[in-house]
Design a protein around this ligand. Structure first.
Ligand SMILES: [Zn+2]
Length: 235
């Protein structure tokens, strides 16, 4: 859709691409949020030519949008109907309804939370947190023994905690492992990798070459998962 001879908007899938002819030497594509891209092209290029260029780069745009969406904040801020809640990497739409009993359930792509009249957003958040804990506990029933078998070490306890600076931790001297409840928001590979990471600490305290060799052995592909986790919680 040409807005003038200088600017037009092209739709690539879900992505709205604004093309602008301006005094630049090279074509420049930018995307700061998943659904919107901006492309500046030199004045020597027509909008029609620019549109062809953008369509030729559709794969890049779609891949980049997916990458940005991965980094989107995972938690709602006001815990109201319509907000996105993630469960095992899926985006669910939060649906808050009043009822005479508090409960939660995943219904298709919705996370339905029933609250009592007068309950605030803290109650919605607490119920979703409870769902995460229940889901993680359930998954760990089979995942923990499987990972312990693979690594050849057993944890004395695995506790779930909401943490803001790490995905998991381990005290090798006691064999206790703590996992971040936020792992229930990400794809199941992340929980598995973090669990194996912490179990490997029962062999090796630090993250040196021996530790990395253990990870390569017990969790091939851990480096890619690690990058995903680092992108979400830098530092
Ligand atoms: Zn570690």
């Amino acid at each position: 859709m040409p807005l003038s001879n200088a600017v037009c908007v092209v739709q690539i899938g879900d992505i709205e691409v604004t093309i602008e002819r301006k005094r630049v030497k090279n074509v420049n594509m930018r995307m700061r949020e998943p659904g919107k891209a901006h492309v500046s092209v030199p004045l020597g290029m027509s909008l029609a030519q620019a549109e062809v260029f953008v369509r030729e780069h559709a794969d890049w745009l779609v891949a980049h949008a997916a990458k940005l969406a991965e980094r989107e904040p995972t938690r709602p801020t006001s815990w109201q109907t319509g907000e996105v809640v993630r469960l095992w990497g899926d985006a669910l739409t939060l649906r808050v309804e009043e009822s005479d009993v508090r409960s939660y359930a995943v219904v298709d792509k919705d996370l339905v939370v029933h609250v009592l009249p007068g309950d605030g957003k803290e109650m919605v958040e607490a119920l979703v947190e409870q769902l995460y804990r229940v889901q993680m506990t359930e998954r760990l029933k089979t995942l923990l023994p499987m990972c312990e078998l693979r690594v050849g070490k057993q944890a004395t306890s695995v506790t779930l905690r909401r943490m803001t600076t790490r995905w998991g931790s381990c005290t090798p001297s006691t064999g206790r492992i703590r996992l971040n409840v936020a792992l229930a928001e990400l794809s199941p590979d992340c929980l598995e990798m973090v669990l194996i990471h912490e179990l490997c600490h029962l062999h090796e305290k630090n993250h040196g070459p021996r530790f990395q060799a253990l990870m390569d052995l017990h969790c091939p592909g851990w480096r890619a998962t690690q990058r995903t986790l680092d992108a979400r919680m830098p530092g």
